[in-house]
Unconditional design. Structure first.
Length: 364
């Protein structure tokens, strides 16, 4: 009898171990898909280790930054995120958007077209700059982070030839594998923070076409066209190992204007420092959405939006990181109200385009 019981337990244990092995192998295979990119190695890793931002085996913010500030920690924050049922998280009808033929837009003027969330196309002094394009998937799997109805009208094939592809950091809602692979033959140069170039090399981009920068580094891209890599308060990662690539904001200094690309990040002293070091910023593009008190240090809270724009001393403001995905628990259109309130309270010249609308950036 005991032999039969032992045999049954061995069989059950064997089945459990077998299941765990299968799950483990499946998990390893999943995170090793090309879309996850690749951790930095070789010369790039050695350069990363010399960065002032890289300490204790990972990139760090200037100020100690907790990603999750919830009293109950990450588990409680995740529970709230998954199981709370906030009202109006999604629009009840398709979001209004305009389908513009981007390939026929004039090349002799400066303009901007926003595609929802943090993806937008700039034309500056004859150069076309595409920022954080996500036109296919904003997560590792297609059924998560689905776009709002009406917003998913632009695809990689709609993009014109791109002089500079700018990536602020490697999170899935800013760096979309399928999009950048399909754009590869139409991109002249990629501008990205330190370490992010490893993903692009795995995806077939030529190392010679990568402009990979640390904070407070700059690169002359063309006559009168310079990019400055600047701090942001955020984090990074596409897989199981966080903060092995840098996150950043950028200032594009062109013959016609200065444009600040804020990327993702919470409020801190770097906005004031940037405004002081680079006076007369013509346009600031700041995140405004996917915020929550539980991660208040890594995304710009509504109360800080106007303060950040004021610190930068920007002449005009556009906000992004909203109107396409529900990555937080606020009503889907709350950021649109926040930007109006911030502009009124701080006397800001706000540009509030629809998705796909062409905004002329005339010299002011």
């Amino acid at each position: 009898m005991n032999l039969i019981k032992k045999s049954k337990w061995r069989m059950v244990a064997g089945i459990i171990i077998g299941i765990l092995i299968v799950l483990g192998v499946a998990g390893i295979a999943f995170v090793n898909q090309p879309s996850f990119g690749r951790l930095p190695k070789g010369e790039r890793l050695e350069k990363i280790k010399r960065s002032p931002q890289y300490r204790d085996g990972a990139f760090q913010n200037h100020r100690l930054t907790e990603v999750v500030t919830s009293e109950g920690g990450r588990l409680r924050a995740m529970w709230k995120f998954l199981f709370s049922k906030p009202e109006r998280l999604y629009p009840d009808k398709p979001v209004q958007a305009i389908k513009t033929d981007l390939k026929t837009l004039p090349e002799d003027s400066d303009w901007m077209v926003w595609f929802g969330h943090s993806s937008y196309l700039l034309q500056l002094s004859g150069k076309r700059v595409l920022v954080d394009p996500v036109f296919c998937m904003a997560s590792p799997v297609s059924f998560v982070n689905k776009p709002f109805k009406g917003t998913d009208i632009y695809k990689p094939e709609d993009m014109p030839e791109i002089d500079y592809l700018v990536i602020s950091h490697d999170h899935w809602d800013h760096l979309d594998y399928q999009t950048v692979v399909q754009l590869k033959e139409r991109v002249r140069k990629v501008i990205c923070p330190l370490g992010v170039g490893e993903h692009f090399e795995r995806w077939g981009y030529d190392k010679e076409n990568l402009v990979e920068l640390d904070w407070k580094e700059d690169a002359l891209l063309d006559n009168g066209f310079t990019v400055h890599c600047l701090p942001a308060r955020h984090f990074s990662g596409r897989g199981l190992t966080p903060n092995q690539t840098l996150w950043a904001s950028f200032l594009l200094e062109t013959p016609s204007r200065k444009v600040y690309i804020g990327g993702d990040g919470g409020y801190d002293t770097h906005f004031e420092e940037i405004g002081r070091q680079y006076p007369h910023i013509d346009l600031a593009i700041l995140e405004n959405g996917q915020y929550n008190e539980d991660w208040q240090h890594i995304h710009l809270m509504p109360t800080a939006l106007g303060e950040a724009a004021r610190d930068l001393k920007a002449k005009r403001l556009v906000t992004v990181h909203h109107s396409k995905y529900a990555l937080a628990r606020h009503p889907w259109d709350e950021p649109l109200k926040n930007e109006l309130e911030a502009a009124t309270r701080n006397s800001l010249d706000l540009i509030a385009p629809e998705i796909g609308e062409v905004v002329e950036l005339e010299v002011r």
